[in-house]
Structures are given as C-alpha cells and as structure tokens.
Write a protein that binds this ligand. Structure first.
Ligand SMILES: Nc1ncnc2c1ncn2[C@@H]1O[C@H](COP(=O)(O)OP(=O)(O)OP(=O)(O)O)[C@@H](O)[C@H]1O
Ligand SMILES: [Mg+2]
Length: 309
C-alpha cells in the first residue's frame, strides 16, 4: 500500500467529530518532520487546526502555526475573487464587483460556485512557486468539512459541468475536475471511529468518492482502544482472581470487552474495504501533544517495517 503523503494533495474527510482536523494536522506534521513544506487548508473559519498547535489568528494566505506546519483558511469568496482577478487582471474592478451585496449573495447561493472558489484556491496553492521556481508546497492537506458537505464540494465540478456547457466557468470546472481525478496528484483519506455508525458512513463515503473517480488511499480508524493486557500479562488476571480483587477484575473485563468490540467493527471495516484500515490509538493527550502522538503513530505505520499507510 502506498503512503498517503506520496500524493501532493490529500483530502481528509469523514463524519463530524471523528478527528479530521487532528489527523490533518498530524499528517502535516509528519511531512514537516520529513523536511517537506506542508500547508493544512481549512474551509471557512473559525480554524480548528490553529488552536490545536497553540496558534491564534489565520487567514486565506498560508501562515506558520508551529512545528513547521502552515495553515490557510480558505473562503469561497476569496477563492472566487482570486479567480476573477486572475482572469480579468484588473483587481480594482473585481473588488468593486465584490463590494455589491447582491454579487456576494449570488456567489454564495449559486450551485457549485462557492465550492469552485475553494477548489480554485487549492489549485493555486498546488501551482504556487517559490523564489527558485520550485513548487512552494510539497503537500497541501485539506481538512474537509463533514461527509455530506465534503461530497458536495468534491462533486461541484461535475455539477458545474452539467450547468455550464461552454465558456470560462465550464473551463474552470474541467480543470478542477482534472485536479481531483489525477490519481498521481490527489487522494482522499477517510477518517472514522471504530464504531458501528461511523464505520458504515465511512464505507459509504469511500464508495461514493471512488464512484466519482477519486482515489481513496486509506481509511484511518481513529481512537482505537488498545487491549488492556499484553498476552504475557494474562496470568495477572488469575492472580487478581485469587485475591478476589473485584473492582480491578471488572475494570480489565470492561476494557477487554471494549477492545473486542472495536476489533470486530474494524474487522467489518476491513472486509468492506477489502483492505486494512490504518489504526490510530485512542489517546489521553490533547492539543499539540495529541497531534504529535498521532504523527508519531502515522510515521511508524508508514515505515517499510510497519503497515505502509
Ligand atoms: N486518537 C484520539 N484519541 C482521543 N481523542 C481524540 C483522538 N483524535 C481526536 N480526538 C479528539 O476528538 C475530538 C474531535 O477531533 P477533531 O476536532 O479533530 O474532529 P473533526 O472530525 O475535525 O470534527 P469536526 O467534524 O467538528 O470538524 C477532539 O476533542 C479531539 O481532541
Ligand atoms: Mg474539524
């Protein structure tokens, strides 16, 4: 299995609250630690990623948020504005146009327009060059909104193409479609929790994205509970039993049941995907420490000795 970070554009998606922002930040940290320039993109504010790394303040243009990671909070309006500015090459006029409330309202309400603004901003980051003419970003990691909205965004170019049969908007849709469907450039990472409903949703989401022609490199099963005891520690249970230490025995039994349930659900996920998910363990750390711990796990999983991501 290939490494998620073998692709420059990683689209992180999944149901609400499964850990998308945390995993996006961790993936960027893995890249930064490997000496790569990585930018995490969030869609509209407020940022969930900046506070994770202890940073405050963010904007549409990438800025450092610590640990070698940069963050850009993309907005549809900024994206459409830069698209028009690039086409018309008269930024003053674009600003004037966008000052009209009816115009911003139209762009926000028109189907696929807002999403195209975001996709355009992503494509600009991929095309951006540094002073030496090399790509400015080795990795653009997009922390997508929860499943339904993410699918809407990724489907926007297909929908746009049905509406605009010719002209510049159709051209834009086609070029955004090419970006999303380029399997050498872009891949999706679906994050889930090892629970019944999130796993069902992750399977549906992965299938939907693949049906659309997108590459789905990996499903990451986040917050997997570990086994309470190592195999060699099972003799301990017998000792506890002999001591009739009920509270501890019950604690071990509960933890073992939870781990077994998680294992069964992950088994179902593996069967559905026909490929093992990448597990990330349940952790007690929070914020920056949580991101670092997950980055460490993902790094280990990506070494040739471990499961490649
Ligand atoms: N491996 C983990 N172990 C324990 N807690 C975790 C783990 N990963 C994430 N969390 C916690 O889960 C919560 C949700 O994480 P996060 O904000 O990354 O999810 P999200 O999918 O981005 O949510 P949203 O859909 O609201 O954007 C956070 O409180 C985070 O600290
Ligand atoms: Mg989030």
């Amino acid at each position: 299995m290939e490494h998620l970070l073998d692709r420059r554009l990683v689209l992180v998606t999944g149901k609400g609250g499964v850990g998308k922002s945390t995993v996006s930040a961790a993936l960027a940290l893995v890249a930064a630690r490997a000496g790569k320039r990585a930018v995490v993109c969030e869609i509209e504010g407020p940022s969930a990623v900046a506070p994770l790394l202890g940073a405050t303040g963010h904007g549409h243009a990438p800025r450092p948020i610590g640990e070698g990671v940069e963050l850009a909070v993309l907005t549809a309006e900024e994206g459409l504005r830069s698209y028009l500015a690039d086409r018309i090459r008269l930024p003053g006029i674009v600003d004037l146009v966008f000052k009209q409330p009816a115009v911003s309202k139209f762009f926000r309400a028109a189907p696929a327009f807002a999403e195209m603004g975001i996709l355009y901003s992503i494509s600009k980051l991929l095309d951006e060059k540094d002073a030496r003419g090399r790509p400015a970003w080795d990795h653009v990691i997009v922390d997508l909104p929860a499943s339904g909205h993410a699918v809407g965004m990724l489907e926007a170019p297909f929908i746009g193409k049905r509406i605009f049969l010719a002209g510049p908007v159709r051209h834009l849709c086609e070029s955004m479609e090419r970006m999303l469907l380029d399997h050498d450039l872009a891949t999706c990472a679906v994050v889930t929790l090892p629970e019944e409903l999130p796993v069902n949703e992750a399977l549906e989401l992965a299938a939907k994205l693949r049906d659309r022609g997108l590459r789905v490199e990996a499903v990451l099963a986040n917050a997997v509970e570990s086994e309470p005891l190592e195999p060699e520690e099972h003799a301990l249970v017998e000792k506890l039993r002999a001591l009739e230490h009920r509270p501890l025995l019950e604690g071990v039994a509960v933890a073992a049941r939870r781990a077994a349930r998680g294992r069964a659900i992950l088994g179902r996920l593996t069967k559905g995907l026909r490929k093992a998910p990448v597990p990330i363990s349940f952790r007690l750390e929070r914020g920056r420490e949580l991101v670092k711990a997950i980055a460490q796990e993902l790094e280990t999983a990506a070494t040739p000795a471990g499961n490649r991501l």
